[in-house]
Design a protein around this ligand. Structure first.
Ligand SMILES: C[S@@+](CC[C@H](N)C(=O)[O-])C[C@H]1O[C@@H](n2cnc3c(N)ncnc32)[C@H](O)[C@@H]1O
Length: 311
């Protein structure tokens, strides 16, 4: 005849060590190693008792690397759950109970401290050091999700690195570039990535092939310093923006690294904030804000300007 659930539970509880273990796990999930430290018992003894309690349905275990963690089974049958308060009451009657509780607090405090010690040590250099999973790419994806569903023009888009990111959350993205090869490559990649709302168009910054007043946001990322006439390019962006629309320009702060002309095909060696400000004003933009948002650590220490303005 199969043993009844109640009898099985009673058998599992008929041992002082198992009562102690249940009382400890009633407070927190613990690893085998932690249970050893708390109870001062050997690993094989602890593991045998944990095995019996798990088999009886009291516990659930999980592995994390080389460690096994145990906790009270969150979906234990009612017949088993009813025994937990009885088991913890039973544990309180045992002579080891006081020491078990003191050791448990010590272990839990140490866990907490270990996390804090690490962060206390790295505070002040945390943002400049490596952290698993932390990256500008990930932050960028998060920030993009905050955007409302906009129609965006990415002017001087290149292959569309930024256009593709934007297309994942914007209503529509129109990528404009005057290099046939860039447009061809970008369009093919967007198709391959299934981005139906990203359209590449061949055209010039001076007069983007986009209907007047039709986009919410115009972006020029490292494109303006390639324009023959930057002021004209900003007027072109103004024309395609709807009333209240915004322009965002990411470009280099004025520098004197002449080699940029040969190395990167640059026409302008970055821009002074004052020139950008004046051209934006002359184009008709208002609420102009220009800031240096990044500086490279390696020579020639390029700095990046972000100019934001409204139509
Ligand atoms: C440095 S890339 C920047 C690409 C992209 N915006 C980014 O941030 O990754 C500059 C791009 O602007 C394009 N470009 C240069 N002069 C242009 C012009 N007058 N009109 C339109 N695109 C232009 C180039 O073909 C190139 O793809």
């Amino acid at each position: 005849m199969p043993m009844s659930a109640t009898l099985k539970s009673l058998r599992a509880l008929a041992d002082s060590t198992r009562l102690r273990i249940l009382a400890l796990l009633d407070t927190s999930e613990l690893s085998v190693h932690e249970l050893q430290e708390i109870t001062r018992m050997g690993q094989s003894r602890i593991s045998t008792h944990l095995g019996l309690l798990q088999e009886a349905g009291f516990l659930q275990s999980r592995r994390e690397g080389k460690r096994s963690f145990y906790r009270l089974h969150p979906q234990a049958e009612a017949a088993i759950r009813d025994f937990i308060p009885i088991a913890t009451r039973g544990a309180k009657e045992l002579p080891e109970h006081g020491a078990d509780q003191i050791n448990l607090r010590r272990i839990l405090n140490r866990r907490q401290e270990q996390a804090q010690v690490y962060f206390n040590q790295v505070a002040g250099r945390f943002d400049r050091s490596y952290g698993p999973g932390r990256s500008w790419q990930a932050f960028g994806q998060l920030l993009l999700r905050m955007l409302p569903p906009l129609t965006v023009a990415d002017l001087g888009s290149g292959e569309g690195l930024l256009s593709e990111l934007l297309a994942r959350c914007c209503r529509k993205v129109i990528a404009v570039d005057n290099s046939e090869k860039m447009v061809e490559f970008g369009a093919k990649k967007a198709r391959k990535n299934g981005l139906k709302n990203l359209e590449f168009r061949l055209g010039d910054l001076a007069d983007p092939p986009i209907a007047p007043g039709s986009v919410d946001l115009a972006i020029l990322s490292q494109a303006l310093h390639h324009a023959e006439d930057p002021a004209q390019a900003l007027r072109g962006a103004y024309r395609i923006l709807c009333p209240g629309g915004q322009i965002m320009v990411l470009d280099l702060l004025q520098h004197n690294f002449e080699k940029a002309r040969d190395l990167y095909g640059d026409r302008w060696l970055g821009f002074a904030e004052s020139d950008l400000d004046r051209w934006l004003q002359e184009a008709g933009f208002r609420r102009i804000e220009i800031n240096v948002v990044a500086r490279e650590e390696e020579p020639p220490h390029f700095a990046t300007l972000l100019a934001v303005a409204s139509r």
